[in-house]
Design a protein around this ligand. Structure first.
Ligand code: HEC
Ligand code: HEC
Ligand code: HEC
Ligand code: HEC
Ligand code: HEC
Ligand code: HEC
Ligand code: HEC
Ligand code: HEC
Ligand code: HEC
Length: 261
């Protein structure tokens, strides 16, 4: 700590610096060796790189990713990292310190930058999504990528739920039903109609109405005398074509089979 004051200061400011003494019973002046290994030979070398003792210190960020992660996992058995072993990030060769920093954490959770910013460094495609007119309020700071994804892996890819559908219900419970009159695609999979990251179309829809609906339904309401469906009060294409102007309870209804409130 005498030689690396800057690193020691950085360490002290994080949860590690505060909690090692309390939870792990490791006093601060012994903390360094938990990750860097025995340090006395390195310290005795006093900065002389020709002294064989100098190189005995473990350099956590230069270890192969799996060994580096093992350092962290020796203490971290939290549920949060349960699935690390099978995660896409591990398989892609990332280590914990790709996103976290022990000494230079500027954000909560030992992160180098904020949660969403961390993800966007690598995931450019989703960054494009965020800037489309319809998007989950991530830019606005209401939720983060980690609200839906566990960067350490999960039971289903790295989603924070067993299935994509259950994930949506965590925040949109009112869509879960059961309803007296279910709309089959809603029960099947929200992603038949919605995309999670961003869309040019309102309400994160994959396509505009009526095209979206006409994937499965024939153009309805054609069985009329004069070519004008009897219930139409208007001929305006938009109003007819925007199916949910009338079929408002599109996710299911307890009142009407037609989803018209
Ligand atoms: C929880 C594990 C851990 C602990 C405890 C820890 N370090 Fe580190 N140290 C790392 C990691 C990982 C890096 C790589 C950079 C980073 O993540 O901030 C690092 C980097 C360093 C570096 C920079 C090495 C270089 O040349 O880039 C120094 C110096 C250092 N640590 C000193 C210390 C000192 C002094 C302490 C005790 C106060 C300490 N470390 C405690 C994990 C740890
Ligand atoms: C000697 C045990 C130990 C090691 C090794 C260790 N940690 Fe921790 N870590 C802890 C403890 C204790 C806490 C505090 C937990 C708490 O507050 O309940 C913690 C907290 C954290 C947190 C949460 C910080 C916060 O602000 O809530 C992160 C992220 C973290 N560690 C990542 C890492 C990474 C990455 C490594 C490897 C470079 C690592 N840890 C190595 C014991 C360890
Ligand atoms: C791809 C980036 C990334 C990698 C790689 C990564 N993490 Fe994290 N980690 C995060 C983010 C982002 C958060 C904060 C999530 C949030 O905002 O709730 C986090 C949170 C944590 C927490 C705090 C959990 C809590 O509930 O407070 C721990 C502990 C942790 N990580 C440990 C690790 C360990 C150990 C590894 C390596 C095995 C690792 N992380 C690898 C991005 C990462
Ligand atoms: C250092 C680069 C890097 C960072 C930072 C990063 N990722 Fe990844 N991520 C990857 C790579 C590489 C893959 C695997 C290849 C791919 O699918 O693109 C991946 C895969 C994924 C996948 C696909 C998982 C699967 O099972 O197919 C998701 C989801 C994901 N990352 C989310 C996140 C989130 C959320 C964050 C921020 C907490 C994040 N990533 C941070 C590089 C990164
Ligand atoms: C509202 C929930 C939600 C949020 C917020 C979210 N995602 Fe996703 N993400 C999903 C779902 C659902 C999938 C599709 C998973 C599947 O079908 O297995 C997915 C898939 C992915 C994939 C895999 C490739 C793909 O497009 O299918 C990556 C990478 C990814 N997300 C990164 C991110 C990043 C980065 C952020 C933050 C900018 C983010 N996600 C925010 C729900 C979300
Ligand atoms: C972590 C919480 C969370 C999860 C999980 C989540 N959402 Fe959202 N969703 C939100 C928030 C917050 C809004 C914005 C609501 C508002 O501004 O009133 C939103 C808005 C929406 C909107 C309306 C967008 C618009 O342009 O008005 C749709 C559609 C949507 N979510 C679909 C989904 C789907 C599909 C899933 C599952 C893949 C999902 N959400 C998972 C939090 C979440
Ligand atoms: C058959 C297509 C379809 C499916 C499947 C679907 N939705 Fe929607 N959803 C829509 C349409 C269309 C709108 C826009 C309604 C409007 O603008 O009048 C919408 C709007 C939304 C909104 C924003 C407006 C509101 O009502 O709060 C949310 C949130 C939402 N859907 C969540 C979900 C969730 C969660 C699922 C899966 C359980 C799902 N949707 C499945 C078609 C669908
Ligand atoms: C993936 C296919 C699919 C998509 C996309 C879809 N639907 Fe459906 N919809 C169905 C199925 C299947 C039924 C049940 C049919 C039945 O009971 O005869 C249904 C039932 C309905 C009903 C009730 C029909 C009745 O008999 O009263 C209405 C109204 C309806 N859908 C409107 C829409 C609208 C509006 C959209 C676009 C926002 C849409 N649907 C998108 C498959 C779909
Ligand atoms: C101006 C209001 C209105 C609009 C716009 C509208 N509908 Fe309807 N729809 C109705 C009414 C009213 C019924 C009859 C309900 C009943 O029988 O209780 C109906 C019935 C249906 C039915 C079940 C009977 C049938 O004809 O198969 C389906 C499916 C349907 N609509 C789909 C759609 C789709 C898809 C769109 C968009 C292209 C759409 N509707 C636009 C009012 C509307």
């Amino acid at each position: 700590m005498g030689c690396h004051a800057e690193y020691a200061e950085g360490f002290k400011k994080t949860a590690h610096g505060r909690k090692f003494p309390l939870i792990k019973n490791i006093p601060l002046d012994k903390a360094c060796e938990t990750c860097h290994g025995p340090g006395s030979a390195h310290a005795a070398a006093a900065g002389d790189r020709n002294d064989p003792g100098f190189a005995t210190i473990k350099h956590a960020s230069k270890l192969p990713p799996a060994d580096s992660a093992q350092l962290c996992l020796s203490c971290h058995k939290d549920n949060e990292v349960n699935y690390w072993g099978v995660s896409a990030h591990k398989q892609a060769g990332l280590s914990c310190v790709e996103c976290h920093s022990v000494h230079q954490a500027k954000e909560r959770k030992n992160l180098k930058v904020g949660t969403t910013e961390t993800c966007l460094k690598c995931h450019k495609e989703q960054k494009i999504g965020l800037n489309l007119p319809s998007h989950h309020p991530i830019r606005e700071g209401k939720i983060t990528c980690a609200g839906c994804h566990n960067p350490h892996g999960g039971a289903s890819g790295n989603l924070r739920a067993a299935t994509a559908e259950e994930l949506c219900f965590k925040c949109h419970a009112e869509k879960a039903g059961p309803f007296t009159y279910e709309h089959p695609p809603v029960v099947e999979d929200c992603s038949i109609c919605h995309t999670p990251h961003g869309s040019l179309t309102d309400k994160l829809l994959k396509q505009r109405m009526p095209s979206l609906c006409l994937n499965c339904h024939k153009w309805p309401h054609t069985e009329t005398a004069n070519g004008q469906p009897a219930f139409y009060r208007t001929n305006k294409f938009y109003e007819r074509g925007h199916c949910t102007n009338c079929h408002r309870e599109i996710h299911g209804s307890d009142r009407k089979k037609s989803f018209i409130p």
